[in-house]
Design a protein around this ligand. Structure first.
Ligand code: NAD
Length: 482
């Protein structure tokens, strides 16, 4: 079967890369190459920025309702093409179609509508003095780049570009080269929605070549990045000396704190999701489960029993709860992490190996849900992000002990607390070193709330007004009365 050539989206046109070179794109469930991604370089990036420069004056000064209308048309088109996008996202990433249908694709149109509506209601401050008035202008930064990862491809791509566009910037987006397909379809929808040429551009390619060309391009004024802490460190080192605005959403090693007084059944049901949803490839997954000693044995036995029954299967099958992990290298990385856990003395209670799925998926990259106990918090397994369907269990014997274990990591993205004691919940919420704390729930998201991480999980915040502020420069204007 001929492979699809994905195209760049530059100046309103779908274009091949200048180099004529392509990167293979795999279907994780089968291990087959089914499309090719442009291997874009400096010239493609320069062409996209040229187009954005031409578009910027008109777009940034357009009446806000003109920008908002385009964004609403785009959101409507995403909804109208939902089933096609579900199939694309599942095939490209390996996630079950059901998950893409319930979470990923509905969130893309929601992201776009949310920021369009927010832009309509944006106001700025004024500060009066006896003899003068100050008012604040919030102006678009200019040309910005949005670089996104492979775990929630179009969901996280739109989460960045929607506020950037709504605030009046022109965007050069770079989706992950591992999952480029939904962004390619998105570029066609941008054209259909009547997005003015050059306002939204998408340049595909590897991080090392295309990504670096974006970081080095002097006309790009801001970089919004979501990905690994390691890449974030590199990006900061390149971008900071150029004094570009920089937002970093990075990795996590999130604790899930389970107290004996929790409402047990909802806790267990949600813990299965926070451990394994999207094959454990969500930055917010609770990969370190901390359990109060008095219920540790019961919790462990129940979790293992239920994790062992999770159906790992063809992402297209309606009964698959877990699909394939995203790539062969990532599959190997997760298996290596499990071996490391064994060598560190971990006891693998269930899973611990590649899962075999037959039929068309016999060569796909699947992993069994894996639960490990018996490791100290400071070992590599409990300190490094695995980003797969792998969790560890550790007992704790007091609130202080739970807090100490939870905070003993270089990451600080999120934490989940299961308790019915409201004082304990508030005490922990105050002291947990992370950007998001969920109490008796997980992954409930209100798009108005700030989102981001402490420590090596990131710099800056996305979400609501925080995102609109990142994508604007503030200017104070002071006028003396007489
Ligand atoms: P990654 O860092 O390998 O890649 C992310 C993006 O950066 C890709 O588009 C990639 O091509 C690009 N990139 C890589 N090297 C680059 C470079 N030198 N210059 C510019 N761009 C470059 O991350 P990944 O493997 O795609 O995603 C998984 C990681 O993302 C995990 O660590 C996960 O925790 C993190 N993540 C964080 C959040 C969050 O909101 N904090 C959300 C999702 C994923």
């Amino acid at each position: 079967m001929p492979v699809t050539h994905i195209k760049n989206y530059i100046g309103g046109k779908l274009l091949d890369p200048v180099s004529g070179n392509w990167i293979p794109n795999y279907e994780p469930a089968t291990g087959n190459v089914y499309s090719e991604v442009p291997d874009s370089g400096e010239q493609d990036v320069a062409n996209a920025v040229d187009a954005a420069e031409v578009a910027l004056e008109t777009w940034s000064r357009a009446p806000v309702d003109e920008r908002v209308d385009v964004l609403h048309r785009l959101a409507d088109l995403i909804d109208q093409n939902r089933e096609e996008l579900v199939a694309i996202e599942s095939r490209d990433n390996g996630k079950p179609e059901n998950l893409a249908r319930m979470i990923d694709i509905p969130r893309c149109s929601k992201n776009i509508r949310f920021f369009a509506n927010l832009a309509m209601g944006m106001a700025s401050e004024s500060h009066t003095m006896p003899d003068a008035i100050n008012y604040t202008l919030r102006q678009p930064v200019g040309i910005v780049t949005c670089i996104s990862p492979w775990n929630l491809p179009l969901y996280l791509f739109t989460w960045k570009i929607a506020p950037a566009l709504a605030a009046g910037n022109c965007v050069i987006g770079k989706p992950s080269e591992v999952t480029p397909m939904s962004a390619f379809r998105f570029s066609e929808l941008c054209i259909e929605a009547g997005m003015p040429d050059g306002v939204m551009n998408i340049v595909h390619g590897s991080g090392a070549v295309t990504g670096n060309a974006l970081l080095e391009e002097p006309r790009i004024a801001a970089v919004s990045f979501t990905g690994s802490t390691q890449t974030g460190k590199h990006i900061a080192s390149v971008v900071s000396p150029q004094f570009k605005k920089l937002s970093l959403e990075l990795g996590g090693k999130n604790p899930n704190l389970v107290f004996a007084d929790c409402n047990y059944e909802p806790m267990m049901e949600t813990t299965l999701k926070s451990s394994f949803a999207n094959q454990g490839q969500i930055c917010l997954c609770g990969s370190r489960i901390l359990v109060e000693q008095s219920i540790y044995d019961q919790f462990r036995d129940d979790l293992v029993q239920r994790a062992s029954q999770i159906k790992v299967g063809d992402p297209q099958a309606a009964d698959s709860v877990l699909g394939a992990v995203v790539s062969q290298p990532h599959h190997q990385k997760i298996l290596d992490c499990i071996e490391l856990a064994r060598s560190e003395g971990g006891n693998v209670l269930c899973g611990g190996a590649a899962a075999t799925v037959g039929g068309r998926c016999q060569n796909g990259w699947f992993i069994e849900p894996t639960v490990i106990e018996g490791l100290p918090n400071d070992c590599q397994t409990n300190q490094q992000e695995i980003f797969g369907p792998v969790v560890t269990l550790q007992p704790f014997d007091s609130d202080h002990h739970a807090l100490e274990l939870a905070n003993a990591t270089r990451y600080g993205l999120s934490a989940t607390v299961w308790t019915q004691d409201v004082s304990r919940a508030n005490w922990l919420a105050d002291r947990l070193q992370c950007g998001v704390v969920w109490v008796n729930c997980w992954l409930i998201r209100d798009l108005r709330t700030p989102f981001g991480g402490f420590k090596q999980s990131g710099v800056g915040r996305e979400g609501g007004l925080e995102a609109m502020r990142f994508f604007t420069e503030t200017k104070n204007v002071c006028i003396k009365y007489l």
